[in-house]
Design a binder for this molecule. Structure first.
Ligand SMILES: Nc1nc2c(ncn2[C@@H]2O[C@H](COP(=O)(O)OP(=O)(O)OP(=O)(O)O)[C@@H](O)[C@H]2O)c(=O)[nH]1
Ligand SMILES: [Mg+2]
Length: 458
């Protein structure tokens, strides 16, 4: 990543390939001069002008529209020029070549948006939302990214920052008189402000978590004994016969990944080999890969045959997985019982909840019975509700920062009155953690990591 950020960069801003129109964009000090070289006098600011674009030898490359956005009122905050040309990869490459030989440099991924960030046109959460908007897979995700881009997320962070500042001011007032005890009334006021700020951060954390799911989807893995109906479950969720199903135990070997959208909720789900002791080297490798997937997943659906004893199922899950904290039990094949699905669901709830606290769903992958409960359960796991209006997109990086802020406030709480100086330090740290979301304090390494995942020209 370039360190100067004021040299002139150029890139194709539209998707590569053929199309009706392609846009080549320039940003930096030399934009205007380079534009003059390519198409005569630079166009009037913010007016589309029809021009002929020529290379250094004077040969006509194409005719199209040129636009000039003088800094600082441009996307990047610098002088920006856009050329709209016919959407041929040959034309855009030729034009880019001419622009580079006129003095520009080919832009790196995300470099336009990085400049917008460095010139305070966007904060970091907004800049990340640009990439999330471009990459969004559902309308809900696009709306959420749009909201983050317009500043909804950043405003929430700013509001918490300002209550933290207020809290610090209250506390610092007492620090000036270390020998005096904080009077009970002020102490109570401080405690209550801290608790309210904590509640706001916890609320932000829940919403940011939903924002992460909107962006990344829910990562599920299906596990369980052979023949339980794991692949059948995947097929029913995917809506087609993605995985091979047979009555031979040990059918699935390789993990099989599917991407699906369930009532708007994006889900990545991976089917794995049935877990059992084996000497077959192929199956052994399948089991090793299954365990890698189970480690990675946000949630494991432990699928078992409902005819099997529930206690035995729970014991088996417990020994096969390192813990049951991210497990939901799915009792399959309820069509084989002569009880109605709701009675089976109640039985499963009672038996599993009592012994593990884990949720349980009773289904039939064969008939589809119980899948409305499974869908509801998955949406609950994701914090997903029909009403995702108002939510914003977020990333795991943001969640980490918010969690650290919350931890600092947890540490501050018992120290608030008795060891105010230490509490003040925790409040400062909480603010610092939160500021990572919007990027007031960000290392070059982190910026490099974030912007390099953008597309070129963005
Ligand atoms: N009656 C009934 N049979 C089912 C149901 N789900 C799966 N089966 C049957 O159970 C057998 C095993 O199904 P699979 O989906 O291959 O099971 P699996 O857990 O993926 O098995 P492995 O890949 O071998 O671990 C097949 O004969 C399925 O038709 C169900 O809900 N009801
Ligand atoms: Mg299978």
């Amino acid at each position: 990543m370039s360190n100067t950020h004021d040299d002139t960069i150029a890139a194709l801003a539209t998707a590569p390939g053929s199309g009706a129109v392609a846009i080549v964009r320039l940003s930096g000090n030399e934009s205007q001069r380079i534009a003059e070289q390519i198409c005569g006098a630079a166009p009037a600011p913010r007016r589309a002008e029809l021009r002929a674009f020529r290379d250094a030898s004077g040969e006509l490359i194409d005719t199209g529209l040129a636009l000039y956005f003088p800094g600082p009122d441009s996307y990047t905050g610098q002088d920006v020029v856009e050329f709209q040309i016919h959407g041929s990869p040959v034309i855009s490459e030729w034009l880019l070549e001419a622009i580079v030989s006129a003095g520009a440099r080919a832009a790196e991924p995300g470099e336009f948006t990085l400049r917008a960030f460095l010139n305070d046109k966007l904060d970091l959460a907004q800049a990340e939302a640009v990439a999330d908007l471009v990459a969004s897979h559902s309308r809900a995700a696009a709306r959420a990214a749009g909201r983050s881009l317009s500043g909804s997320f950043s405003e929430r962070v700013a509001a918490i920052q300002s209550s933290l500042t207020h809290l610090r001011v209250q506390l610092e007032a007492h620090l000036d008189f270390p020998d005096e005890e904080i009077d009970p009334e002020s102490g109570a006021a401080l405690q209550s402000s801290l608790r309210m700020t904590k509640q706001s951060i916890a609320q932000l954390q829940r919403e940011a978590h939903r924002g992460v799911v909107l962006r990344d989807g829910l990562n599920l893995a299906i596990a369980g004994p052979p023949n339980a109906g794991k692949s059948s479950l995947l097929n029913r969720l995917a809506g087609y016969s993605a995985a091979i199903v047979t009555d031979i135990p040990g059918t699935t070997r390789d993990p099989l990944r599917e991407h699906l959208v369930l009532d708007g909720l994006p889900i990545t789900i991976v089917d794995t080999a049935g877990l059992r002791a084996t000497t077959d080297p192929i199956e052994k490798e399948g089991l090793r890969r299954a365990h890698v997937e189970l480690e990675r997943a946000d949630r494991v659906l432990w699928v078992s045959d409902v005819m099997q004893d529930i206690e035995a199922t729970v014991a088996e899950a417990r020994t096969s997985l390192s813990g049951l904290d991210k497990v939901s039990f799915v009792f399959n094949k309820i069509d084989l019982l002569d009880k109605p699905p709701s009675a089976t669901q109640r039985l499963a709830d009672n038996a599993v909840l009592e012994s593990t606290g884990a949720p349980a769903v009773a289904v039939s992958a064969l008939t589809g019975s119980g899948f409305e409960n499974l869908t509801r359960h998955l949406k609950e796991l994701a914090g997903w509700s029909e009403n995702v209006e108002g939510s914003f997109s977020a990333r795991r990086r943001h969640l980490d920062a918010i969690e650290r802020a919350l931890n600092h406030l947890d540490s501050a709480e018992p120290l608030l009155i008795s060891q105010s100086e230490l509490a003040a330090e925790e409040l400062r740290n909480a603010q610092q953690s939160l500021s990572e979301v919007t990027g007031e304090l960000t290392s070059d390494d982190l910026l490099g990591e974030i912007f390099s995942s953008f597309c070129i020209g963005k």
